[in-house]
Write a protein that binds this ligand. Structure first.
Ligand code: SF4
Ligand code: SF4
Length: 252
């Protein structure tokens, strides 16, 4: 395959990162605030419309323990007409993809990753972008985790007794085409079970509080950093929400 010197998103033929159940997107408080300002909806409305929701994320390497965090459903309800309808206001996890794979030369089957061999100039831009977003993500991720604990919304889901998990662990390390397919099927089923076990009624009672708390917070410094980071990418991507110009990004 001929390599390109920059990242190209082929939205006409691919929607993997926005729709596939394996691409979990968690959200920080900053992401929720940014999306709420961008969509001109309150934080409460974002939850009511399920643009942001409570998602179980895997916490242990053995696939057994999930912790509930803020995130987006799969397929993403904001993926409309083959594009991201909130591109300027998308969460940081969406912003990071796939630069982290490209700059760390992580192998992946996706064409948009394996077809890129960035020019030295683009490599520096992608790396700088990824590091700035990564720094904000780390800081905001920690604050979000503490926030979830503080408001009593922590929820752990343990699937260690699920028969499907036992089957998955048995075959996971014995790589073969057949086992890979079965592993994927079992992992998806376990994800579905984890979703069903989330106590949404209890978490829904916290939405009003989440709305009020986020509105009291000040995200100005990180928002400024994020806007500056987006400008770094200007002219280095094609095919991705083509009508979007990162240098036009304004504070919401
Ligand atoms: S970024 Fe890659 S995986 Fe995501 S839609 Fe574009 S081509 Fe597909
Ligand atoms: S917010 Fe946009 S980029 Fe992120 S998953 Fe949804 S549609 Fe895709």
């Amino acid at each position: 395959m001929a390599k390109r010197d920059h990242f190209v998103c082929d939205r006409e033929n691919c929607n993997f990162c926005c729709t596939d159940p394996s691409t979990q997107i968690n959200m920080t408080l900053l992401d929720i605030k940014w999306l709420s300002d961008f969509m001109k909806l309150t934080v409460k409305e974002l939850f009511e419309k399920e643009f942001v929701t409570f998602i179980p994320f895997l916490k242990a390497k053995d696939f057994s323990v999930f912790e509930v965090d803020f995130g987006m459903k799969r397929p993403c309800p904001l993926y409309i007409d083959n594009k991201c309808s909130v591109y300027e206001g998308r969460p940081m996890n969406c912003r990071m993809f796939p630069y982290w794979f490209i700059t760390n030369r992580i192998e992946d089957d996706l064409d948009c990753i394996k077809s890129v061999e960035p020019s030295p100039a683009n490599f520096i831009k992608y790396r700088t972008y990824e590091r700035v977003i990564g720094e904000i993500l780390l800081r905001q991720g920690k604050e979000t985790e503490e926030f979830i604990k503080r408001i009593g919304a922590t929820q752990t889901i343990d699937l260690s007794d699920e028969p499907d998990l036992k089957r998955l662990l048995k075959i996971y390390k014995k790589r073969s085409e057949e086992n890979d397919k079965t592993s994927m099927r079992l992992a998806k089923r376990l994800m579905r079970i984890a979703h069903e076990k989330v106590d949404r009624k209890r978490l829904d009672l916290k939405i009003e509080l989440i709305n009020d708390e986020i509105n009291k917070m000040n995200f100005d410094k990180d928002i400024e950093m994020l806007i500056n980071a987006e400008a770094i990418l200007d002219g280095t991507i094609t095919g991705l929400n083509a009508d979007y110009d990162p240098s036009d990004l304004q504070k919401p």
